[in-house]
Each structure stands twice: as structure tokens, then as C-alpha cells.
Design a binder for this molecule. Structure first.
Ligand SMILES: Cc1cc2nc3c(=O)[nH]c(=O)nc-3n(C[C@H](O)[C@H](O)[C@H](O)COP(=O)(O)OP(=O)(O)OC[C@H]3O[C@@H](n4cnc5c(N)ncnc54)[C@H](O)[C@@H]3O)c2cc1C
Ligand code: FES
Length: 283
């Protein structure tokens, strides 16, 4: 060893999650639950970022962080049950633990939204990432930095509306104009009935100059909503949306989520429509 002293610096393994307790579980709809978990120390994030949630013995999956970063005590994730990991998550209760690693992704471009009016458009569980940004911009510290705020939210039926408790709060909020629509009403529903893009053109009357629109939802809803926004006069750079790809590592290493030169987990999942237009067709 020539008298050299070898120093091994132990690098942190980025794939090891931090185990945290579940504090509360809220049944949102038949197949969606919101999980409130303890926020790990040194977990700082921006609205629109996501985390990998790990269930011991089952695996991990990416989920948008739906709580606002200003909430210091906990993180919230709203999770639809569709397969192995989400089914295991839905069986957990307060007091059980899950692993959290992240935050990952670029998040919403908050600085480019400053001093604009914001038109949020959400479909189904797509309200989850928007909720983080909505509560962020409505907070007393940030409200002054944004102008008018509108949310148009739609789901298939009244029973599929997520965050009904939050929608009630937002409906009474003096700084937010809320429109809620369902594709199919029923006897319990006295609100708007219609697909999001159609309702958008009918009820939301805005002069697009000075507005930004942030759209999250199923791909088909995003497609027709963007078409409607363009017809209303929105420019491609003022429409912001998210891409949901299958992911594995979440940190731009495994290549699972790439579109041409982009890694959706790292360069996204938030993109302007202008950026999407410049991407290869495959998305
Ligand atoms: C950045 C990001 C944010 C997300 N945020 C949320 C969120 O806030 N709430 C939420 O409920 N879900 C969210 N998802 C989707 C979530 O990651 C998947 O539902 C989850 O990975 C499914 O895991 P599973 O083991 O239960 O399903 P699996 O057993 O792996 O799969 C079950 C079925 O679902 C399909 N599937 C799984 N993942 C996806 C996907 N990403 N896109 C399309 N089809 C898929 C599979 O092909 C299969 O048919 C997000 C995904 C990404 C990439
Ligand atoms: S998920 Fe591995 S590179 Fe994006």
C-alpha cells in the first residue's frame, strides 16, 4: 500500500427508499385512495414532481405528489388500484409503512407561470398533480404572484370525482373559480354534464393573452382539451401538460421511459405543448 491510507467513501444508494408510516388513508372513489404518509426529513420538492413508492415484497411504482410542498408534516399520494403494487397499497392501513424515494421529475415550471392567470384542467386522477400546484398558488405566501385562477375538473361519473372534500373547499374559495363536470350524470348530480373539452369551450370564457393552461388527465382527454385550447386562441407555449410513461428507475438511468433523446422521468413528466410537438412521434 506504500503507506497510503485508503479511504472508502460510502456513497448513498439512490435506489434505497426511506421507510415512513402511513398516517391516514382516504377512500376517494371505488378504486382510488389517498395516502397521507410522514414526510421524510430532507425531502424537498416542487409541485408536479413524483416519487417512487415501495411496498415490501411487492415492488415500487411512481406516483405524483398531490400535497403542496408547503405542507411540512406529510406527503399525499392518490392512487388508483390497477395492478400488483397499487393493489398491495390499497390493502395497507394507517400505521403500516411504505418506502418513499424521490422527489423525481422536473415539476411544473412555476417561475414561468408567475404573474399569469392560470387555467387548470383536470380529468379523473389527473387532478392529483394539479392539486399540489393549485394549493401552492392559493397559499397566502404565493397568491399575490398569480392573477386569476380557474379550475375545470371532470370525471366519468359523480362517483369518480376525486378529492370531493377538497372540491367543496375550493368551491368556497374566493380566489378560485371552479367548474366540475361529469361525462354521465345520475339522480344525485345537479351539476354540469359533458366531456371536458366541450364544457371548456362552453363555460370558460377567457381572453388567452396572459393566461397559461395546465392540463392533466387521460391521454384522450389531454388530446381533445389541447385542441379546444388552441381553438380558443391559446399558444402552444402557454399549454403545459404531463406525460405518463411506464417507468422503472425514475432517475434517467434504465432507459425505460425515453422518447428520442428525452427521459420522461428526468426531463419531464411536465412538458409544454410546444416541447411535445418537437418530440419524435412515438409518445
Ligand atoms: C410520473 C408518473 C406519475 C404517476 N402518478 C400517478 C398518480 O398520482 N396516481 C396513480 O394512481 N397513478 C399514477 N401513475 C401511474 C402509476 O405509476 C401506475 O398505475 C402504477 O405503476 C401501476 O403499478 P401496478 O404494479 O399496480 O400495476 P401493474 O401490475 O404493473 O400493471 C397493471 C396494468 O396497468 C398498466 N400500467 C401500469 N403502469 C402504467 C402506466 N404508467 N401507464 C399506463 N399503463 C400502465 C399495465 O400495463 C398493466 O396492464 C403515475 C405514473 C407516472 C409515470
Ligand atoms: S424510468 Fe429509468 S430512465 Fe426513466
Amino acid at each position: 500500500m506504500n503507506g497510503e491510507v485508503g479511504i472508502r467513501i460510502k456513497e448513498k444508494n439512490i435506489y434505497v427508499p426511506t421507510m415512513v408510516p402511513i398516517l391516514e388513508v382516504i377512500q376517494e372513489t371505488r378504486d382510488i385512495k389517498t395516502f397521507r404518509v410522514q414526510r421524510p426529513s430532507s425531502f424537498f420538492y416542487h409541485p408536479g414532481q413524483f416519487a417512487e413508492i415501495f411496498v415490501p415484497g411487492k415492488g415500487e411504482a411512481p406516483f405524483s405528489i398531490t400535497s403542496s410542498p408547503q405542507e411540512e408534516r406529510f406527503l399525499e399520494f392518490s392512487i388508483k388500484r390497477i395492478g400488483v403494487v397499487t393493489d398491495a397499497l390499497h390493502r395497507l392501513n394507517p400505521g403500516d409503512s411504505v418506502g418513499v424515494r424521490g422527489p423525481y421529475g422536473n415539476g411544473f415550471p412555476v417561475s414561468s407561470l408567475l404573474h399569469s392567470s392560470l387555467l387548470f384542467i383536470g380529468g379523473g386522477i389527473g387532478l392529483a398533480p394539479l392539486r399540489s400546484l393549485i394549493n401552492y398558488v392559493l397559499s397566502p405566501q404565493e397568491r399575490i404572484n398569480f392573477r386569476e385562477i380557474i379550475l375545470l375538473y371532470g370525471a366519468r361519473t359523480p362517483q369518480d370525482l376525486v378529492f370531493q372534500w377538497e372540491l367543496k373547499r375550493w368551491a368556497e374559495h374566493r380566489d378560485l373559480t371552479l367548474w366540475v363536470t361529469v361525462d354521465q350524470g345520475d339522480s344525485s348530480w345537479s351539476g354540469i354534464v359533458g366531456l371536458v373539452p366541450e364544457v371548456l369551450k362552453k363555460v370558460v370564457e377567457v381572453e388567452p393573452i396572459g393566461w397559461k393552461s395546465i392540463v392533466c388527465g387521460p391521454p384522450i382527454m389531454i388530446k381533445f382539451t389541447i385542441k379546444a385550447l388552441l381553438e380558443m386562441g391559446f399558444q402552444v407555449k402557454d399549454i403545459i401538460t404531463t406525460l405518463e410513461m411506464r417507468m422503472k428507475c425514475g432517475v434517467g438511468k434504465c432507459g425505460r421511459c425515453n422518447i428520442g433523446p428525452y427521459y420522461v422521468c428526468k426531463d419531464g413528466p411536465v412538458f409544454s405543448y410546444q416541447e411535445l410537438q418537437e418530440m419524435p412521434e412515438e409518445y
